[in-house]
Design a protein around this ligand. Structure first.
Ligand SMILES: [Zn+2]
Length: 259
């Protein structure tokens, strides 16, 4: 073996040894830290990079819940808000005043899960109503609030808040629905929910309009929209699919029906 080959082999052996030590370092340090209740060191002593974290600590961030109508976005938002409250976090929930389908002051899902919320006319109202002590900021139906919501979420996350936004990602024509594309771009965590196509039963990611109105913003529930897959979706209002005989949810008013 010539000397250059030997040098290469020695370098390779040293590199392997160093990598083995590094990997041991990463395995053992968290275990030792857990045992002693200490913080894991943020800097690797040799290569100078931060240790990897799987969940945020001492920083804010943005979570987005998106999908079509009837995919359970509001229910998922309520679940996360309730979880934060059980964790004794200070939470504020906002929703657009425009969306008073079920209740003017409460966040209500199509299946009638409820939560108290602050109604707002514009995104800027969030800044006015935001309490300095708030740790979790939740906003539902963001498609009614426009692009002005994006810098507000960014500012809140930069201040250290956990920001949770829920809303439609496509309009009734199947086009990206602002501000959702921008929120998806800046979010740390994204949950895309699907509904069930009322025509064929496939997973549905579109909201089919079933009343003949051409405005982009039309507030409604089953009388105005139904969930459809990409094959059954038509980018214009169509006649509603006839209801089935299922009767799964009960209206709080006592009237039974499909919601
Ligand atoms: Zn379908």
């Amino acid at each position: 073996m010539c000397s250059s080959d030997r040098d290469v082999r020695d370098d390779y052996t040293k590199t392997c040894k160093r990598r083995k030590e590094d990997s041991l370092f990463y395995w053992f340090i968290p275990i030792l830290d857990c045992a002693h209740g200490r913080e894991r060191p943020s800097l690797h002593p040799r290569i100078g990079v931060h240790a990897v974290r799987n969940s945020p600590k001492h920083i804010g961030w943005i979570e987005v819940i998106c999908g079509p109508m009837f995919s359970g976005k509001t229910e998922e938002l309520i679940r996360r808000v309730k979880r934060a409250i059980y964790g004794k976090q200070r939470v504020q929930v906002f929703k657009p005043k425009l969306d008073a389908r079920y209740h003017p002051l409460r966040l209500v899902s199509h299946s009638h899960q409820q939560f108290t919320s602050i109604p707002i006319e514009r995104s800027e109202d969030i800044l006015t109503a935001l309490d300095a002590q708030t740790q979790v900021l939740a906003v539902d139906e963001v498609q009614f609030l426009g692009l002005a919501l994006v810098p507000i979420c960014e500012t809140a996350a930069n201040r250290g808040l956990q920001v949770i936004c829920a809303g439609l990602d496509q309009d009734y024509l199947g086009n990206p629905f602002e501000p959702m594309p921008q929120l998806l771009a800046i979010a740390e965590q994204i949950t895309k929910l699907l509904a069930i196509c009322v025509v064929c039963g496939n997973p549905a990611n579109r909201s089919q309009r079933v009343i003949s109105r051409g405005e982009r913003l039309v507030v409604g529930a089953t009388e105005a929209y139904e969930a459809r897959c990409r094959r059954c979706f038509v980018p214009s209002p169509v006649e509603a699919t006839p209801p089935q005989t299922l009767d799964l949810f009960e209206d709080p008013g006592g009237k039974r029906g499909l919601f």
